[in-house]
Structures are given as C-alpha cells and as structure tokens.
Design a protein around this ligand. Structure first.
Ligand SMILES: [Zn+2]
Length: 269
C-alpha cells in the first residue's frame, strides 16, 4: 500500500482546520516540506522550537504539526544564524516538513478550546464564547457546564489535574469559596475575551496570559472569577484531538503527541 504524501496529510488537516478561517495577521499552513514527499510519522506539538525539532529527529518524524507559527512576520533570511533559521536547517536536513494550524484551529469545531474544555472537566454541549456571525457553531473560546456546581477552589484543583503540569501552574482571581457551574475557556492568550466572558454571564473564565491591570479591573467590576493557566498547557490538549483527525482519516500515518513542555516559564518560586 502506497504511503501517504504530505499533500494527503495536509488535505485532511485543512478539512478540519480551513486556512481561510485564520486571522488576517496569522501565518498558517506549510512552512517547509515538499507536498510530494512521503509521510509516515507525524509529531504534534504546540511550539516550533529546538527541543521539539530534536524530538522529531530522534523519533524519525517526517512532519511536525505545530499550533504556533515559526514565522509570524516576513523575513528576508532563513540563515542558520538565528534560532528560527537553525530550526529550519535542521528540519530540512532531516527531511522533516513543518505545518502550522493556529487561529484556524482555535475557531474550528472541534478546535483548541473544545479540547481545553474537556480537559478541565466541562461536560455536555459546548458553544463558542465568541461565535462567527455566519456560523455560530465555530468561533473563539467555548462555554460549557461542570457536571455539578462546585467551589472555585475545587474547580481550580480539577483544572490542575486535567492540564499537563508546568512550572507556571495556575493562578486564581476570586474567592475560592465562590460557587461555579458555568465556565468559559479559551486556549492561549484570552485577554481580549474578558468582556465577552462577563457579558456571557459565566461563573469563571479560564484562559492564559492574563495581565494584572485587566484582571484586577475585571474582578473589581464583579466579573466572573478568573483562572490563568500556562499558555502551553491550555493549547496542549488540542494536540490529541488534531492527531485523532489523522487517525480516523484515510491517510495511513503514525502519530505522536509531544509531551515536551515548551511553555516559556520554566520555574516558579
Ligand atoms: Zn497560543
């Protein structure tokens, strides 16, 4: 049986994560690789960084699918004089392609925030926090319910248990005794969705990269409680979901989800 080509794999990924749904500032799709090359092993990871490239070489991957783009802005050089240039050289020398599904994976159904919602224990139907006007089943973030009402402290512990461990851990804003049942989540930096989460009337909003001033003002104004998790940890659950798309497709490839923690924060004190 003929192996899958990179083009075959990309076709499956783009059916699930249409590039046309990516934000205009984003850079998604194939970064390096020949669409005609054969792909047997696909490694899924959040970040296109040296540790992930090393893992791909060691495992014998033919393709890395990452959530974050390698280059978000234009470049005039891919020389091996920068970390990104070195990474590209390593991949090309080892015949490893790199493909990115970023904001198009965030807004997909199921997308990044569906996987995050399930990881932290939300059950039942999930709806986008900020749905697309032309397709309410897709959009940024997800709202869902906990199986039963619990305290904010209990939910925080559930989130810690459901997310991969990082040095960052999670931070909570709000009284731990507060009762919570309806939850909004958004994988990655969710600052821009604070107002949307308040307007949605949820009890708690879990996201990443929250800053002091917006979070403080939000809590002062009686907004929902906040949980700030590690950026990497909020997006990592999606990797399994993306890998399973290839697993259930017509292409025959071996998939692996990288467990290498590539969150920027490597130690908390
Ligand atoms: Zn991200």
């Amino acid at each position: 049986m003929a192996g899958a080509t990179l083009a075959d794999v990309i076709e499956e990924l783009e059916a699930a994560y249409p590039p046309a749904r990516a934000e205009s500032w984003d850079a998604v799709g194939l970064v390096c690789g020949d669409p005609a090359q054969e792909v047997r092993r696909v490694l899924f990871a959040v970040d296109p960084v040296a540790a992930v490239a090393e893992e791909a070489v060691e495992w014998g991957a033919d393709l890395i699918v990452t959530h974050h783009p390698l280059y978000l802005r234009g470049t005039t050089s891919v020389a091996a004089t920068t970390p990104k240039g070195r990474l590209l050289h390593k991949l090309i020398k080892n015949d490893i392609a790199l493909y990115t599904a970023h904001t198009n994976a965030d807004v997909a159904n199921p997308g990044v925030s569906d996987a995050l919602a399930r990881a932290v224990g939300l059950t039942g139907d999930l709806v986008p926090l900020r749905p697309f006007p032309d397709d309410p089943s897709r959009g940024l973030g997800r709202i869902g319910d906990l199986p039963s009402e619990m305290t904010l402290g209990e939910f925080a512990e559930r989130a810690v248990a459901g997310l991969p461990e990082t040095a960052h851990g999670i931070r909570v804003a709000g009284a731990l005794s507060r009762r919570v049942a309806r939850v909004a989540v958004s994988g990655g930096a969710g600052d821009s969705l604070l107002g949307t989460a308040r307007a949605a009337g949820v009890d708690v909003f879990l996201t990443a990269d929250l800053r002091h001033h917006p979070a403080s003002e939000f809590v002062e104004q009686g907004g929902p409680a906040l949980i700030d998790a590690a950026h990497w940890a909020t997006e990592w659950p999606w990797l399994d979901s993306a890998a399973s798309i290839l697993g259930s497709s017509g292409v025959t490839v071996e998939t692996r989800v990288s467990a290498t923690v590539t969150d920027a924060w490597t130690r908390g004190y």
